[in-house]
Design a protein around this ligand. Structure first.
Ligand SMILES: [Zn+2]
Length: 266
């Protein structure tokens, strides 16, 4: 296997769960996404006429931007998301976009980079930056505790993040991926999510043996063995007590961080 084939295999693995059309069902008529789109569109720079949406999925963001009269192109490695109508859709790796350097005024990538394994993260950020003449709009979960959504595979026993998230970001880490750009606007927004204190979460996993309460919802794929059938979540007395304790001491905060960045001028 060549290194190029290995890289392609790793990128493909990162979109594995997006081949299941079920994962897109929550995207439509989602009030949090609609509110996010309104916020982002009201903050788009006036000089932005062309937009590339990398990892567009079904194009919830791209369609909203296209409705403002801007020219929007949408790309995703997963063909399933593209079938539901994002504007000017084409399938492509985000590591090798079929575009000239600086072809678009703005390149958006919303909820993509958290799925990307370490060794592909910088190359993908570089490729996203390459095709932007001026602006980037990057959104990811904010300071996500990746253990919070862990599942335990009933077949092989391996533990993994059910949403396929491999990376956790704060503003500083996000900025460091794009050294030729400067943050102009940053917003924490989205559905409120409760933090889970690390010692309590450790006990929930290792003593109570209870993992994500969303285990029975579908869209779960074990990255080790491919298992897709997971039992419904059921509390035991200890996991129930731990959740109650956590509720008393942990607060909720918005899920996403989104940053608008501008290319540095020489
Ligand atoms: Zn497994």
């Amino acid at each position: 296997m060549t290194s190029k084939e290995r890289t392609a295999g790793r990128e493909e693995a990162s979109v594995q769960r997006f081949h299941d059309a079920q994962v897109y069902e929550t995207y439509e008529s989602n009030p949090h996404l609609e509110e996010r789109n309104r916020l982002l569109i009201s903050n788009l720079p006036e000089d932005v006429a062309s937009v590339l949406d990398v990892g567009s999925g079904p194009g919830v963001f791209g369609r909203a931007v296209a409705a403002t009269g801007r020219r929007v192109f949408s790309t995703d490695l997963s063909i399933e998301g593209l079938l539901t109508g994002p504007p000017h859709a084409f399938q492509s790796s985000a590591l090798e976009l079929p575009h000239r350097s600086r072809e678009f005024d703005l390149v958006a990538s919303l909820e993509v980079l958290e799925h990307i394994p370490d060794e592909l993260l910088n190359p993908m950020a570089d490729e996203i930056a390459r095709v932007s003449s001026s602006w980037l709009l990057i959104g990811v979960p904010h300071r996500e505790n990746l253990l919070r959504n862990h599942l335990r595979c009933p077949s092989c026993g391996s533990r993994f993040n059910r949403t396929g998230h491999l990376q956790s970001f704060d503003s500083q880490r996000l900025g460091s991926l794009f050294p030729d750009f400067e943050t102009r606007w940053s917003q924490v927004c989205g559905p409120p999510v409760r933090d889970y204190r690390a010692p309590l979460l450790w006990m929930r996993h290792n003593v109570a043996r209870r993992f994500s309460e969303m285990s029975g919802l579908g869209g779960n794929i074990c990255p080790q063995c491919g298992q897709t059938t997971f039992p419904e979540f059921r509390h035991n007395p200890l996991s129930f007590a731990l959740d109650g304790m956590n509720k008393l001491i942990s607060s909720r905060r918005p899920y996403w961080i989104i940053e608008l960045m501008e290319r540095k001028r020489p």
